[in-house]
Design a protein around this ligand. Structure first.
Ligand code: NAG
Ligand code: NAG
Length: 226
């Protein structure tokens, strides 16, 4: 008998008469419980190890070129996914991170680059004629998008000219539509007017038009659609 110490009258009698069960044989229900806990931990651990990280990939990549007017403004979208979710930010051509320029350039909460409409006097080449690159970065890696060449133009009034040509009868006269140089990049001659009727041009002949008879010509130009 293990309980051989002298009987203490203060101790409850029951403890003396019923020895505790030895540890080597725990009840079945305890074994089951431990098995379940171990299994649970194993599954949890396996799940964590199986959760692979994934480098960023673009779901919306910005365009290579972006032209907009001071009156329209523009938004350049850039979106990326990955595990963990990548953070988006923009850099300029010199590699510096894009900062907000009040009223001219903002980075939206969703990562898009925003150029609000601006008055002509606030044109800033550093903002409006620049190259921007979207970066998606997470602990799993960093991805650069193709750089976007941004060009903003200030919409203003301009006039085109046709200068008179004098030619001998039977010779060829060349009339040229003179577009001011500061808008030349954005203007396409689409038609000439001859005796009040439109003469549509093929794109290949957009600068020079040969006419046999010198007439009074009115030029109609439209801003090329970007
Ligand atoms: C991102 O936010 C800007 C400004 O709020 C919005 O104009 C643009 O459409 C948004 N882009 C996407 C892809 O949700
Ligand atoms: C853009 O510039 C033109 C020409 O200066 C001006 O008339 C117009 O108001 C400007 N747009 C905005 C939104 O300020």
């Amino acid at each position: 008998m293990r309980h051989s110490r002298p009987h203490d009258p203060r101790a409850p009698r029951v403890s003396a008469s019923r020895p505790p069960p030895p540890f080597s044989t725990p009840p079945r229900s305890h074994v089951m419980l431990w098995c379940l806990i171990v299994l649970f931990l194993a599954v949890k651990e396996g799940g964590a190890a199986g959760r692979v990280t994934q480098g960023p990939t673009f779901t919306i990549e910005p365009p290579r070129h972006l032209h907009f007017t001071n009156s329209s403004g523009a938004v350049v979208d850039c979106m990326a996914e990955g595990v963990p979710a990548p953070a988006l930010f923009w850099t300029t051509g010199d590699g510096r991170r894009v900062e907000q320029v009040e009223g001219l350039r903002e980075v939206a909460a969703n990562g898009s680059l925003v150029f609000p409409p601006f008055p002509a006097h606030r044109y800033d080449a550093h903002v409006h004629a620049s190259t921007y690159t979207c970066r998606a970065s997470s602990p799993a890696g960093t991805l650069l998008a193709t750089p976007t060449l941004v060009r903003a133009v200030v919409v203003g009034h301009y006039e085109v000219q046709v200068y008179d040509q004098v030619v001998m009868t039977g010779n060829t006269a060349v009339l040229r539509c003179a577009v001011p140089s500061y808008v030349q990049e954005y203007v396409t001659v689409t038609s000439w007017v001859h005796d009040r009727s439109f003469q549509h041009l093929s794109l290949a002949a957009w600068r020079y038009v040969t006419v046999v008879v010198v007439v009074v010509v009115v030029i109609v130009v439209v801003i090329r659609k970007w």
